[in-house]
Design a protein around this ligand. Structure first.
Ligand SMILES: Cc1cc2nc3c(=O)[nH]c(=O)nc-3n(C[C@H](O)[C@H](O)[C@H](O)COP(=O)(O)OP(=O)(O)OC[C@H]3O[C@@H](n4cnc5c(N)ncnc54)[C@H](O)[C@@H]3O)c2cc1C
Length: 425
């Protein structure tokens, strides 16, 4: 049986309706704007939650979520691939179908290329979309221009794997291909960067793989910071299980790379060669944010109101997640989730003339040291004198004697399951 075009389109529409799915399409199909609309850019840790919570609080507000990829891959737990605890990234990959269907969120799979704060529109490759309020959570860009010799080839030769996906897989393959007795060079930029404990967890994950498969090899971690920036005592204790395999060098900022020699230079002086090298460049809010005039005088992050996450530079644009300058809150997925909720709450309140809520932020970052052992740091945040600060005597870190590491690993697994479920349903 063959279908003509008209019958085929009818069938498609009926199918979408029957499944209760909002129509998913290109920009032009979704417009024009009829009622009140919030556009959310970026369907990651921050954006998916902002979109969901706005709809949960007020179904009369249309929410359009614009995301450039059909699926989202979680950075949290992605480094488990290096250790071999997971074989691929499928368990960390989520889609948008259920989120959109359950909450009536209109999905646009397209890349946002510009934001016009005066016209209150965002431009995608497919056209432009008007908003009453905009939430932006696009993650980070890399300041690669600050590293001499860094070019497009460097990402293939020395993958940062700081956005989970092809580079994560590439780094794992490079580790597999390395000879026993090889040297893995890892780097960490100066704070602030996304996932402060991440580089130290990375050293442990790679050491675990090497211990099992290439025991004559070693890991050198070149840290631009004067010391391990998160849970230093606990990381040092955890690394002990890998003997002398991990060599940690503090105050070692990478200023140049040499693709051909497979080496990095520290502060223009010391050259370190590696068989496998993963360079994590320093970070900033994305170019999209810069072009929209949302980045502050530090030329890196987007200044925001501490309770609403509304940009202090452009009205009706809210910046959450890694791009925002959220004071004491770290650049983490959990923090982005927490920021998204108070931002959603206050957007709905503002659109309905209701009283605004004060931020009560929360974060926990788990880091694995082995397959069954993890450590954590937790924080609670409030606003003081217009700035986001930690609440004194709240939060904390795992026991310094490492005695609850096995339990922490279990909590970490539940944390991931919960947060990915919350983002995708
Ligand atoms: C190795 C690693 C491990 C980590 N582990 C943890 C952890 O254990 N716990 C934790 O809390 N955090 C962890 N993090 C940090 C966490 O991943 C980030 O802080 C979090 O993802 C930030 O959320 P976000 O919404 O700002 O950005 P993202 O989650 O990166 O989402 C951004 C989204 O925006 C989309 N996007 C970007 N630009 C555009 C555009 N122009 N148009 C359309 N779409 C666009 C992207 O495709 C992406 O889907 C880790 C990070 C790394 C790198």
């Amino acid at each position: 049986m063959t279908l003509d075009r008209r019958s085929f389109l009818k069938l498609l529409a009926a199918g979408a309706g029957a499944a209760g799915l909002p129509m998913i399409g290109r920009t032009a199909e979704i417009m024009p704007k009829k009622g009140r609309r919030v556009v959310v850019v970026g369907g990651g840790y921050g954006g998916s939650i902002a979109a969901k919570y706005i709809r949960m609080r007020d179904k009369t507000i249309e929410v359009v979520l614009i995301e450039k990829n059909r699926q989202f891959i979680s950075c949290p737990f992605s480094q488990h691939l290096f250790a071999g605890y997971i074989k691929d990234l499928s368990s960390l990959t989520i889609g948008y179908d259920k989120l959109a269907a359950n909450h009536g969120i209109k999905m646009v799979f397209d890349e946002v290329t510009a934001i016009d704060p005066a016209a209150k529109t965002v431009t995608t490759k497919g056209g432009s979309i008007a908003y009453d309020k905009l939430v932006v959570s696009p993650g980070v860009d890399f300041r690669t221009e600050e590293i001499e010799g860094y070019d497009a080839k460097t990402e293939e030769l020395m993958p940062h794997a700081w956005k989970a996906g092809p580079q994560t897989i590439l780094l794992r393959k490079q580790l597999e291909a390395m000879k026993d007795g090889g040297t893995v060079v890892l780097t960490a930029p100066l704070v602030p960067f996304r996932c402060p404990p991440g580089p130290y967890e990375r050293a442990a994950m790679i050491a675990d793989y090497l211990k099992q498969s290439k025991p004559k090899s070693k890991v050198i971690l070149l840290d631009a910071n004067p010391d391990i920036v998160s849970k230093p005592t606990l990381f040092r204790k955890g690394w002990e299980m890998y003997g002398s395999m991990i060599e940690y060098r503090n105050s070692s900022k990478v200023t140049a790379v040499d693709n051909k020699a497979m080496s990095v230079t520290i502060e223009g002086v010391d050259e370190v060669k590696g068989d496998v090298i993963a360079v994590i460049p320093a970070q900033r809010a994305t170019a999209l944010m810069g072009n929209a005039g949302l980045i502050g005088p530090d030329k890196k992050w987007c200044p925001i109101d501490a309770n609403t996450f509304e940009s202090t530079l452009h009205k009706d644009i809210h910046v959450i997640g890694d791009s925002s300058d959220a004071g004491a809150m770290p650049k983490s997925g959990y923090a982005a989730n927490s920021e998204a909720k108070v931002c959603a709450q206050n957007i709905v309140a503002a659109m309905n003339g209701l009283e605004l809520t004060e931020l009560s932020g929360i974060n926990t970052c788990y880091s694995f040291l082995s397959h069954t052992e993890a450590i954590s740091i937790a924080g609670v945040y409030t606003v003081k004198d217009g700035k986001i600060v930690g609440v004194p005597n709240s939060g904390g870190i795992s026991k310094l004697d490492y005695s609850d590491a096995k339990l922490e690993a279990k909590y970490a697994g539940s944390w991931l399951k919960n947060i990915l479920t919350e983002m995708s349903t």
